[in-house]
Design a protein around this ligand. Structure first.
Ligand code: FAD
Length: 517
């Protein structure tokens, strides 16, 4: 049998430096692959693009790219590789929209599955008491939004940016300003169709093959390829009141954020960001914001100081315009922001959700989208957020001119802890996201080296001070680090790997389990 035993997976070394396996590109691999009967096709020539991702730091060139037109294409390819057993190093990575940061969707000299080619079956909205949409794992969230809005419906939980795929975000978590209310995207899925590491196609849900269902959600692509997802919907609002206010006191800022997320009837979206020593406060690359009074808005500069911006949104329909103003006013009256710093904007629901895309287009025009992105996403327990902020915002970071720092709390109670996703063990924890862009030719503080050193200082501080921080979109290079990341969930994670991907063929770019040889 090809099944590796459990001890083997445990004891094998974490990833050594990736080497080219000389036999991989030889015809004894490619010929049988070319002979596979597929609805789509395998490409061996145009493969370089799959060695790029948004992070733009890791570049592993695959042997081939599968452009699947059916689930069967994915299943046959995986089965073929599985049946070769331990005689090949060939690995397989699903690639969503390639928006990973450290090569997570890459497969060195392996097969990359271009998930966006898998268009079928067509997206389908089901109306009724518990509405949902069935979508391909390679579908972009922006398309899901457009399709559901045609029925007056919408998914409940989002990411800030919608040009990401269903399979990509469900393999992580999918966190945005709605997570305090609905939990992350992985908590808003009814059913999945998954192709496991043995090539088996399985429909799974809370009631059917539940172990695989929860394994795959937040599972970093380790247990199977998500080929379809059934995503929960609710009635969609038409408009959004989008509010930003500023704080100079960190404690008041977090007190207000925590106050707001404690209620199910406050805002529909709550985020925040940290501004250190920079001008142009209200606009950053994530969103173009049009305050009602731009002159007043421009008077706020944070030269020499740190400010905190609380960002909220209230959904409404045009006929509720008056009531909504009153509701927003009442909610704001309980907050302690600097009174002259209230900025309110009104946009369509669609524009609100797709807000980051506007900035993407602007950055693309300037050639600033495809620069290296040494992003760092952390989940920080509420009990240590003050210690974290004091050191990181007060000491390690000098300014935030290289990109935004998001910071907002979420409720642990809204997260289903049966998924593979790991969070701090506290009722409330903060997502703190350092979303910096590095300038390729720079040697100064906007250089990649400087930012990576800064990230390391932040991580070292978290570890030395035992803050109980977890990485979101985690990246590690040793088995011990992965074990520590998963903590009490590690044994179950390994066991699930043995069960669903026994040869460790899938998602090698996560660098958790080396392929069985
Ligand atoms: P990829 O990067 O292609 O893949 C990610 C991982 O999932 C890889 O390991 C891959 O092998 C695996 N994978 C991909 N598809 C499948 C599949 N169908 N089945 C199984 N495994 C699969 N995240 C948030 O939570 N909230 C945000 O607000 C947010 N904003 C972002 C904004 C930008 C501009 C960017 C670049 C990223 C953002 N992210 C956010 C992170 C994003 O969710 C992850 O980077 C995600 O992995 C990207 O999705 P993708 O579809 O490009 O997946």
């Amino acid at each position: 049998s090809c099944i590796t035993d459990r001890t083997n997976l445990f004891s094998r070394h974490p990833f050594p430096a990736q080497k080219v396996a000389p036999h991989l590109s030889s015809s004894n691999i490619t010929s049988p692959l070319k002979a596979l009967s597929l609805h789509g096709h395998l490409s061996f020539d145009i493969v370089h693009y799959a060695s790029h991702d948004f992070g733009n730091r890791y570049h592993s060139v695959p042997l081939a790219i599968l452009h699947p037109l059916s689930v069967l294409d994915i299943s046959s390819t995986i089965k073929y590789v599985f049946d070769m057993g331990t005689s090949t190093k060939l690995t397989i990575a699903a690639r969503g929209h390639g928006h990973s940061l450290q090569g997570q969707a890459q497969a060195h000299q392996g097969i990359v599955i271009a998930m966006e080619s898998l268009k079928g079956p067509k997206m389908q909205v089901h109306t009724g008491k518990l509405p949902y949409i069935d979508a391909s794992g390679g579908e972009l969230w922006i398309n899901i939004l457009h399709e559901s809005l045609r029925y007056g419906l919408t998914p409940k939980s989002w990411t800030d940016y919608l040009h990401l795929t269903v399979g990509g975000t469900l393999s992580n978590a999918g966190i945005s300003g709605q997570a305090f209310l609905y939990g992350p995207q992985i908590n808003n899925v009814y059913q999945l169709e998954v192709v496991t590491g043995t090539g088996e196609v399985v429909i799974c849900s809370e009631n059917q093959s539940a172990d695989l269902f929860y394994a795959v959600l937040g599972g970093l692509g380790q247990f199977g390829i998500i080929t379809q997802a059934r995503i929960a919907l609710e009635p969609a609002p038409r408009m959004v009141k989008w509010v930003r206010v500023l704080y100079s006191e960190f404690s008041t800022f977090t007190k207000d954020q925590e106050y707001l997320i404690a209620s199910d009837t406050s805002f529909d979206y709550i985020e925040g960001f940290v501004i250190i020593n920079r001008t142009g406060l209200l606009n950053n690359w994530r969103s173009s914001f049009n305050p009602k009074d731009p002159i007043q808005a421009n008077q706020f500069i944070s030269d020499g100081r740190t400010l905190f911006c609380l960002e909220m949104a209230k959904y409404f329909n045009p006929d509720e315009s008056n009531i909504i103003d009153e509701q927003v006013e009442e909610l704001l009256s309980a907050l302690g922001y600097i009174p002259s710093t209230l900025f309110i904007s009104e946009v369509s629901y669609r524009d609100f959700l797709d807000r980051v895309h506007v900035s993407e287009m602007k950055l693309r025009e300037k050639g600033l989208w495809e620069v290296p992105h040494p992003w760092l996403n952390l989940l920080v327990p509420k009990s240590r957020i003050d210690d974290f902020a004091k050191e990181v915002f007060g000491n390690i970071l000098i300014d935030t001119s290289s990109g935004p720092i998001l910071m907002y709390p979420v409720n642990q109670s809204k997260w289903n802890n049966r998924t593979s996703m790991v969070t701090p063990e506290e009722d409330i924890f903060y997502l703190v996201a350092f979303l910096f862009s590095a300038m390729p030719s720079s040697t100064g503080k906007d250089s990649l080296e400087h930012m990576l050193a800064q990230n390391k200082r932040i991580l070292d501080f978290c570890e030395m001070s035992h803050l109980g921080v977890k990485q979101y979109l985690p990246h590690y290079s040793t088995r011990e680090e992965w074990r520590a990341h998963f903590g009490p969930k590690w044994e179950a994670f390994v066991q699930r790997k043995v069960t669903y991907d026994p040869l460790a063929t899938l998602a090698p770019g996560q660098r958790i389990f080396p392929k069985a040889m």
